[in-house]
Design a protein around this ligand. Structure first.
Ligand code: ADP
Ligand code: MG
Ligand code: ZN
Length: 624
């Protein structure tokens, strides 16, 4: 698929340059020529002038504001001279001149030179234009003239190129693909639909988290449909100058209509489509509002012309969009592009693995199972990371081990060998992580403990315990949530038992545990005391700009009860974790010592160790 920029009118650039040159020339004339002409009269100090006046050597004087010109008398063969001096503020001068009998007059104001006065009017705007052009030229990247600012900067993909993206390059979002296949069909044979009287949808909005392939899908639509494809990002409409965005929208739709049937793709639609009421105290952003209004007008308008133009747009923040955009006749179709499931992830890995040499041991299915929550872009990144690792180690093909390490890299950030813990910190981190692992191995719903490490990673984690789910989960039971909270508190509980003291290292665990507990009470209705009510109000409120109302209006007693319940859940989990670790104290010591020596325990070795954990004989059942 060839990308070519919109043809820029080079005429505009040329005119701009000529204006600039003319301006510079006139400026030169205006500033320097007067000095050239004026510098012919010799200058003398004012004191000499007064002296000559008092001596009676001066014949006549012309007094100007900035200059005094005078002529000396002809005296014994010495010719008369014309001299100039710069006046000082001297009220006595007329008297002195009169006393010496000098003929004097004021210099008439300079006859207004037509050139000078025209220059006075012409030059300032020229300077402005020159500066303006300078900034636009820099901001645009592509060559831009002063007159082309209102052109849309859409990239045009022309059909008939071989490097095009097709639906074969996209996987893991089958429903979205099915919807878009229909759109392609509309574009290929619109008569089939119009003949029955069906209205071709005008706007299709792709909605989904970042990296799930929205942009990729749009390109695939263009590739499959074989029609021109105008692609532009929402932010490219917005410029410093009010009115530019709407002019660009107009230009874009004008061009698209000429090339009908075709597709307009607006990526990151939220940049212009933000709800108009969300502008805050200043009455909104004028430029964005005008641009949005223009977009709405164009979308309403082009059907009347009978052109087959389909507007595709993508956003990962549909909740911020102006409701007017979603009305029938505009983006009335919304296609959800969600994170891929197990099968989807395997298919996406397969697509990207085509580009690298795979070893015989690589099992994409296992890799897919280990990467729940990864979006398409993460998986593409994963394959690349694995290939980089293999290349760095001088291997000919990418092995399963490379993929394993790449997963950890993507999950936990790159290994930070440079951060060094001192011995006592290392001990604390080791016990903390083993605490998580021991408790986690007993808890339902928190996945298998795959690895314990005290090698610092990423920005925050000093050590970490890697638990990977063995399958995709969509529902979690109360017992499982309580299990997760208990596992989160395992680290801190180990510190308490071994050192009788706690450190700041557990803050993130506590935050997550508390958040989970609060969600259980206020969102999932899992509290016996408070009942199955949703206290959290998830509805976005327009004037808060992306904010949520924190809670339904509740009484003080209810608020207190919520706090009490959250505290109860976390504290119960805490006691539970403590009990498990006390019961398995020897194992805790043993594994921690081992971890301090080798820094990382994983795989078979870890499973053997964790299989020795003694489960609790609970006095009270977990979910009480
Ligand atoms: P989005 O626009 O949704 O943020 P992109 O379409 O820009 O995501 O995806 C970025 C890259 O990730 C793509 O170029 C592609 O390599 C990869 N990718 C994302 N989703 C998929 C998918 N569903 N199938 C194949 N590759 C994908
Ligand atoms: Mg995108
Ligand atoms: Zn922890």
């Amino acid at each position: 698929m060839a990308i070519k920029d919109n043809p820029q009118p080079s005429r505009g650039r040329l005119i701009g340059n000529i204006l600039f040159l003319v301006g510079a020339a006139l400026l030169f004339i205006n500033i320097f020529l007067p000095n050239l002409f004026g510098s012919s009269t010799p200058q003398v100090p004012y004191s000499l002038f007064i002296h000559q006046v008092e001596e009676g050597d001066v014949a006549r004087v012309s007094v100007g504001q900035n200059q005094i010109m005078y002529q000396t008398k002809e005296e014994d063969g010495r010719p008369a001279q014309v001299l100039a001096t710069t006046p000082i503020f001297d009220l006595e001068l007329p008297k002195k001149l009169e006393a010496s009998g000098v003929e004097f007059a004021a210099i008439p104001p300079p006859r207004n030179n037509w050139l000078t006065s025209i220059l006075g009017w012409v030059i300032p705007p020229l300077i402005f234009v020159a500066i303006w052009q300078f900034f636009i030229g820099r901001g645009g990247g592509a060559p831009q003239g002063a007159l082309s600012i209102s052109k849309s900067r859409a990239k045009v993909y022309v059909p008939g190129d071989d490097s095009k993206v097709t639906f074969g390059d996209v996987a893991g979002c089958d429903e979205a693909k099915a919807e878009l296949v229909e759109i392609v069909d509309f574009l290929k044979s619109p008569e089939r639909y119009t003949q029955i009287g069906a209205r071709i949808p005008k706007g299709v909005l792709l909605v989904g988290p970042p990296g799930t392939g929205k942009t990729l899908l749009a390109k695939a639509v263009a590739g499959e449909a074989g029609v021109p494809f105008f692609s532009i990002s929402g932010s490219e409409f917005i410029e410093l100058f009010v009115g530019v965005g709407s002019a660009r929208v107009r230009d874009l739709f004008e061009q698209a209509q000429k090339q009908s049937p075709c597709i307009i793709f607006i990526d990151e639609l939220d940049a212009i489509g933000k709800s108009r009421s969300s502008g805050g105290f200043y009455g909104g952003n004028d430029e964005r509002e005008q641009t949005l209004n223009q977009l709405l007008t164009e979308m309403d308008g082009f059907a009347a012309v009978g052109a087959t133009v389909i507007v595709l747009a993508a956003t990962n923040r549909p909740e911020t969009l102006d409701p007017a955009l979603l009305r029938p006749g505009r983006f009335d179709r919304q296609v959800l592009v969600d994170r891929p499931d197990l099968k989807g992830r395997e298919a996406i890995l397969r697509i990207h693995a085509r580009k690298v040499k795979l070893g015989d041991d690589v099992d994409l299915h296992t890799l897919a199972a280990r990467t729940p929550g990864f979006a398409g872009a993460d998986l593409a990144n994963l394959v690349n990371e694995a290939a980089l690792l293999a290349a760095r180690n001088q291997r000919q093909a990418v092995s399963q081990a490379d993929f394993q390490e790449a997963i950890e890299r993507v999950v936990a950030g790159l290994e930070k060998k440079s951060r060094v813990l001192n011995e006592s910190e290392k001990r604390i981190v080791a016990y903390h992580e083993v605490g998580h692992a021991l408790v986690g191995s007993l808890m339902p719903g928190s996945g298998r403990v795959e690895k314990i490490s005290i090698v610092p990673r990423g920005m925050a984690a000093l050590g970490y315990t890697l638990q990977l789910p063995t399958e995709d989960r969509f529902l979690q039971s109360e017992g499982e949530l309580r299990g997760q909270i208990t596992t989160l508190l395992g680290g801190r509980s180990a510190e308490e038992i071994i050192f009788g003291d706690v450190t700041t290292g557990a803050s993130n665990d506590l935050q997550r545990a508390t958040d989970l507990a609060e969600q259980m009470v206020t969102t999932f209705g899992m509290s016996k005391v408070l009942g199955p009510l949703a206290y959290q109000q998830g509805r976005p409120v327009a004037f808060l700009e992306g904010g949520m109302t924190p809670r339904r209006a509740i009484s003080e007693q209810t608020a207190e009860a919520i706090d009490q319940e959250v505290k109860d859940i976390v504290e119960t989990a805490h006691q539970h974790a403590l009990a498990i670790l006390r019961q398995n104290r020897e194992l805790l010591e043993q594994i921690s010592h081992q971890l301090l020596e080798v820094e990382v325990i994983e795989g078979e070795e870890l499973q053997v160790l964790l299989s020795q954990v003694k489960p609790m004989a609970l006095a009270t059942p977990l979910t009480a």
